[in-house]
Design a protein around this ligand. Sequence first.
Ligand code: 5GP
Length: 211
Amino acid sequence: MSWSDSLRAHDTQVDLLPSRRLTVLSGPSGVGKSTVVAEIRRSHPEVWLSVSVTTRKPRPGESHGVQYFFADDDEFDRLIEADELLEWAEFAGNRYGTPRRPVLDRLTNGVPTLLEIDLQGARQVRKTMPEALLVFLAPPTWEELERRLRGRGTEPEDVIERRLAAGRVECAAEPEFDITLVNTSVQDVCHRLIALMTDPQGVTTSTNREV
Ligand code: 5GP
């Protein structure tokens, strides 16, 4: 699949301001967002990736402060109470939130900043920071998403079912996003995402396209 095939715009006149430095990457659980983020972390140190706080337990290989800050419910309540989260949401039985201060500091310093968050979080960012670029990462097909989610083998069946249900809702919200990248190849998605973040004027978009 070519670049143009994997890029869908929901608006033929997508407004890509050069000053736009905050990018939100969203999409259904299992689509490969964290793989894309890990690849960007490895290959593009100039992009700052926000580290979210979550009440979810760490998966094997995850470390505190790298993939997430792992918190208990009391700590998460405290962060909400103190208004320290830019946005937060409950997803499949756990809470996730973006610490506000580090994001605002990076944006003030002109650092390209990426948030990998769910649909509810993306909607909150759309409201509070309307200049942010919202990117939807879509699976090539629904069957592929299901296969990836089950293949991961890290979640019990009831959690997978909840994530698939949330995925249906997330996929239906795709038109709310500025741009869709179809995850046929991690390298391709990273390349496009970096182009969007670092040279938004250079992005040409054309048609709405279905997966
Ligand atoms: P996972 O448990 O698979 O790491 O993440 C579950 C979902 O939570 C994913 O869709 C991920 O994008 C989302 N998520 C991760 N961090 C945040 C956050 O800070 N805020 C919101 N709203 N969603 C998040």
